[in-house]
Unconditional design. Structure first.
Length: 286
């Protein structure tokens, strides 16, 4: 039977596909643009859109396991189609934000909606709940590193347990391939709490050039972030960074328990993504 991977060209989905192919499983990958997917040769690439559940009906034929990328608006329809087609197991890419039930937590409610749809579907479900992705560093700091070799951020001593996307994919693939994960919610973190200033030092080592960390005030950060983020999101980010100075998060060993190997360090992530921090000739040009 075939495993269907949605979000197959995303940062995690692509790595889930690779792991399933390496395990010798038949894989069908859903993407909006099959011609641009660039997935491994054995993968059956089909066109489909999670925002248009009807487009997935044919993709479910002969599928018994599903990796579900979270789209809350249509999750209930998608899992209903899956069950109708004979799918028995769904592994949902969720988020540790579901554990925060405070009001105004948009991310938590976003992912809880998808989790509820899976729970109530009658399928055998597993939730993969990563904490903060290390890849967030790319959109936060990538431009200033590539163009100025500097990171400007508040709370340099704030520690984060950033997780490598490869570890998220490894846990998801394991839950798809192995029994024993039904009804479980795997919360994932990186193996160590690393300050923001140390993250920049590790990126510099991986990139092979000096990169400065300049600590700015929360008010300055609020102004800078407010240009690209809604105000509630800005306050949420500043809040958890401030809290992470006095109450650093505790790393979990879930990745090792599920996969049998330790989670990858931030230094490893930085090395894997060193090219993403290389200067680009046209970036920042007038």
């Amino acid at each position: 039977m075939t495993i269907l991977v949605t979000g197959a060209t995303g940062a995690v989905g692509r790595l889930v596909v690779d792991r399933l192919v390496a395990a010798g499983e038949p894989v069908r990958a859903v993407t909006r643009d099959p011609a641009a997917a660039s997935l491994p040769e054995p993968v059956e690439v089909v066109e489909g859109d999670l925002e248009k559940p009807g487009s997935l009906r044919a993709a479910f034929a002969g599928v018994d396991r599903l990796y579900l990328f979270p789209v809350p608006e249509t999750a209930r329809e998608v899992v209903a189609l899956a069950r109708e087609a004979g799918v028995r197991r769904v592994v949902v890419l969720s988020s540790s934000s579901v554990l925060d039930t405070s009001s105004g937590n948009h991310s938590g409610e976003y992912h809880r909606t998808v989790e509820r749809a899976a729970e109530e579907s009658g399928l055998e479900w597993t939730f993969v709940r990563p904490d903060e992705f290390a890849t967030n560093v790319l959109w936060k700091w990538g431009h200033s590193i590539r163009t100025e070799d500097v990171v400007r951020a508040p709370y340099g001593d704030a520690k984060r347990v950033l997780i490598h996307e490869a570890d998220v994919a490894a846990v998801a693939a394991t839950a798809l391939l192995e029994d024993g994960h039904a009804g479980r919610a795997h919360v994932l973190t990186g193996p160590e709490a690393v300050t923001q200033a140390e993250q920049v030092r590790q990126i510099a080592r991986a990139a092979g050039r000096p990169i400065a960390f300049e600590e700015i005030t929360p008010d300055r950060a609020r102004q800078d972030m407010g240009r690209v983020m809604p105000a509630p999101v800005v306050e949420m980010v500043l809040g958890y960074l401030a809290d992470a100075v006095a109450n650093p998060p505790v790393p979990l060993d879930t990745v090792e328990k599920v996969t049998g190997r330790p989670a990858l360090t931030f230094a490893r992530w930085a090395a894997d993504h060193a090219a993403d921090f290389a200067p680009r000739p046209t970036e920042g040009a007038a």
